[in-house]
Write a protein that binds this ligand. Structure first.
Ligand code: NAP
Length: 503
């Protein structure tokens, strides 16, 4: 296929007007465009759109027309004859390629295809929406019967290992588009262009297959059109992971420093599956979030003593020989956030919660010379953390009679969507400063209560940026562009707050 666009923008709308608008965006941003005619509401809408298309001047773009029938996983309800007629019209309207699913080609004599669509180039496709076929070689051989110009295999992949099998196969073939589908495969899809596939699909508006990244995100967030074999790959693993703002933070740093690097979110149910993909994907480092922060420890070849003491790792460096070394930068995040605001030496700090974040907070503060108090809904867990950090556990009912230099919330109480909740009442806030590790929303109920009492407040955003920039520095060995990275996260949060939606 001509061009090295890497991203194929997918234009799909039920209305001709929607298609027109999306097409304008697609022409501006991509060298490959797929027009999903089957998404249009019916034959009349397809005709109307193609008539408009025929009257346009086409930029130097490879345009693929697709009118996939339901039988092949598309939306088109008409007959094969009608489908071919639409594709013929699309070629006359300026499309240079057409995608024809194997379910249709099996029903058409090759001579008919040659007569009707011979002036265009054919991408013959097979879709496997349930699971990846065992014998990819056989699938490819069947697709190549009738000598299409290129072939496409799209398959649902339930693991990174399956996605890699598909892409490894694609690397052994000429003129092939391989699409690993599904949420787990999503990051591999973005990386697929550096592994032998011709391009990756990104919808302008509506996802047309599971696991697609939008055109806007692919270009602006991941700079996917610039990926090549030298691109350094980083990521964050978690379950769930869709909400993570770490890609916004880390990629902003790479873009600001003009580094050939990408940071992707990996939905990881099975840690072993991810660990097996590190080598083949060339991953150089990754962040870890819930629920893998503790589980990862047993898979590491080495670990920073502090992270070991905390019992949780949120950062891994993949060394040259493939060995994994772990750090905990939540610890650094806490210190960078609090040190500039209050003197920690000899201070008295209350930590709410006794989970992973609370452990990082407790050890960081103890190391900085603070006296640590822990309060948790399960007093035994609070006691155990307090003991490990050389502090004391305090029951909630005692809090009113106590005074602290700072109170740190390390529970998820007050986090979106439960934004009306607070882990403490206003009359329990006997302190100079309240630090909430939550950053969604930026101003939690707890911080509102504290501010009303004239107490200094600190949002979890500062810790998030501090732990993330520390990761960035560990991986790159360079000073992080802190302000740029912080601004990118802030922008994303502001957009979210404005639209009232969460990622
Ligand atoms: P975690 O390991 O699951 O621990 C959560 C802790 O909160 C546990 O002690 C748990 O109590 C307690 N808890 C949960 N629900 C509660 C409730 N309804 N009432 C009272 N206590 C409750 O989670 P984590 O990783 O530590 O995360 C905790 C918070 O820290 C999250 O809000 C997360 O967003 C935040 N965090 C922020 C950053 C940042 O960079 N800003 C980094 C890491 C974490 P039990 O012990 O009884 O289960």
């Amino acid at each position: 296929m001509p061009g090295t666009g890497k991203i194929c923008a997918v234009v799909a709308s039920p209305h001709a007007e929607g298609m027109r608008q999306q097409l304008r965006t697609a022409f501006r941003s991509a060298k490959f465009v797929e027009m999903r005619l089957d998404w249009l509401a019916g034959d009349a809408e397809i005709d109307c759109f193609l008539k408009w298309l025929g009257a346009q001047k086409h930029p130097k773009t490879t345009v693929i027309a697709t009118c996939r029938r339901r039988e092949g996983g598309g939306k088109y309800r008409g007959s094969v004859a009608k489908q071919l007629a639409h594709l013929w019209n699309a070629l006359r309207a300026g499309c240079n390629w057409y995608d024809l699913e194997v379910e249709t080609t099996q029903k058409c004599p090759p001579e008919l295809l040659e007569v009707m669509l011979g002036e265009g180039r054919q991408l013959r496709s097979a879709h496997f929406f349930e699971h990846i076929p065992r014998d990819l070689k056989r699938v490819a051989a069947q697709l190549r019967l009738g000598k299409p110009d290129a072939i496409k295999i799209a398959a649902q992949c339930g693991s990174l290992a399956e996605s890699l099998r598909l892409l490894k196969f694609a690397a052994s073939q000429e003129d092939i588009v391989a699409i690993p589908m599904g949420e787990i495969a999503a990051p591999v899809r973005i990386l697929s262009v550096r592994m032998g596939t011709l391009f990756t699909y990104a919808p302008v508006e509506h996802a047309t297959a599971p696991g697609q990244t939008s055109l806007d995100e692919a270009k602006k967030l991941y700079r996917a059109d610039r990926i090549d074999r030298r691109t350094a790959v980083y990521g964050v693993i978690g379950d769930p992971i869709g909400h993570s703002l770490s890609p916004v933070l880390q990629n902003a740093g790479f873009a600001a420093r003009r580094m050939n690097a990408i940071y992707l979110p990996f939905l990881v149910h099975d840690l072993k599956d991810f660990l097996g993909a590190i080598g083949p994907l060339g991953i150089k480092g990754f962040s870890i979030t819930i629920p893998h922060k503790e589980r990862i420890l047993r898979h590491l070849d080495g670990c920073d003593p502090l992270a070991e003491k905390i019992g949780a790792v949120n950062t891994v460096v993949v060394r040259g020989n493939g060995q994994l070394y772990g750090y905990n930068t939540d610890y650094v995040g806490v210190l960078r956030t609090l040190q500039t605001r209050i003197p920690l030496q000899n201070s008295r700090v209350l930590i709410l919660g006794a989970g992973g974040a609370a452990r990082a907070v407790a050890f960081a503060l103890a190391e900085a010379g603070a006296s640590v108090c822990v309060s948790g809904r399960r007093i035994e867990r609070a006691r155990s953390l307090a003991r490990a950090a050389g502090g004391e556990a305090i029951a909630r009912k005692q809090l009113r009679g106590e005074f602290f230099d700072a109170i740190v919330n390390a529970t998820p109480v007050g986090m979106h969507p439960n934004v009306r909740q607070s882990p403490l009442d206003a009359n329990e806030l006997n302190c100079r400063l309240v630090f909430d590790t939550i950053y969604r929303p930026r101003e939690t109920r707890l911080l509102q209560l504290a501010a009303r009492r004239g107490i200094q407040t600190v949002s979890g955003l500062d810790m998030f940026v501090a732990q993330g920039t520390a990761q960035w520095e560990i991986w790159t060995g360079e000073r992080a562009p802190y302000d740029t990275m912080r601004r990118a996260v802030l922008r994303a949060l502001e957009q979210e707050e404005k639209s009232g939606t969460k990622r």
